[in-house]
Design a protein around this ligand. Structure first.
Ligand code: PLP
Length: 265
């Protein structure tokens, strides 16, 4: 019989999506697909579908602390991620718990605004992420608008992207992945700036679809899973990129708006 807790285990600290396409739902599906067992600390609950976020509420801090304690008391988490954290108070609760427990390397997905325009993190929350959470992360995975907010600059081309990545790394993130999917160009360029200061680009052709709900959650969760399985950072990122690309190409016809990805491609 294999040892208790020898199976790769992950943790997602984020918000739910009642529509099933993003947030903790996308995280757990992705982690399962990638071969890891996933646990979850729910920070916020959203009322949401493919048309947008209709409402959300962050949970009572006591219940959040208790979820962290429950997970720590039973599992051996090898890698974790954060997603939607709602506001400064909740970012701080997460920071305190990540300092208290060892959940392995942290992938920070700095979720700010949903595709439909809903603000999933307050302005104060962005500052708390910049000041307190970024420095705990092994990898941060902003899209272009998020990188612009974090680095306080405008990104118009690849040079700007590299400059922003360097600024974000200076805030304390060990590795930086800036996802280029929000740029206007037909070719998507994702930038990776590694701990050793080297960088590389991951190019892909834009897929013509509005069904891209939860892409950020999916790539960060695939990376977390591979880290839990023992990959180095570069291999985990390359795996995550391939995984999300396949999922975008195989979207399914669910809902009337920004539908979910197909994780079963
Ligand atoms: N809802 C939750 C709970 C999320 O965590 C996220 C993204 O991380 C979203 C919605 C937004 O997803 P998208 O921008 O892909 O629509």
């Amino acid at each position: 019989m294999s040892e208790i807790n020898s199976f790769p285990q992950t943790l997602t600290i984020a918000g739910t999506d009642s529509g099933g396409g993003a947030g903790i739902m996308a995280d757990m599906k992705t982690m399962q697909e990638c071969g890891a067992f996933s646990t979850a600390v729910i920070v916020a609950v959203t009322a949401q579908n493919t048309l947008g976020v209709q409402d959300f509420q962050a949970l009572d801090p006591k219940l959040i602390n208790e979820q962290f304690s429950s997970i720590n008391g039973d599992f051996k988490i090898r890698a974790c991620k954060t997603g939607m954290l709602a506001d400064a108070e909740h970012v701080s609760i997460v920071v305190d718990n990540l300092k208290k427990y060892d959940f392995g390397p942290l992938v920070l997905d700095p979720v700010m605004i949903a595709k439909g325009g809903a603000q999933l993190l307050s302005d104060e929350g962005i500052n708390t992420i910049k000041n307190d959470l970024v420095k705990l992360s092994e990898l941060i995975t902003p899209n272009i608008p998020e990188a612009e907010r974090l680095a306080d600059c405008e990104i118009k081309n690849k040079d700007d992207m590299l400059l922003a990545a360097k600024k974000i790394k200076e805030m304390g993130a060990k590795n930086v992945l800036i996802k280029g999917g929000h740029s206007e160009s037909l070719e998507v360029n994702d930038l990776v700036l590694l701990d050793d200061e080297s960088h590389f680009w991951m190019k892909s052709k834009r897929v013509d679809t509005i069904r891209t709900h939860g892409t950020g959650d999916t790539i960060s969760s695939a990376i977390v899973s591979r880290l839990a399985l023992g990959d180095d950072m570069k291999s985990a990122i390359l795996y995550g990129k391939d995984f999300v690309e396949a999922a975008i190409k195989n979207t399914i016809q669910v809902g009337h708006g920004h539908g979910p990805l197909n994780h079963w491609a």
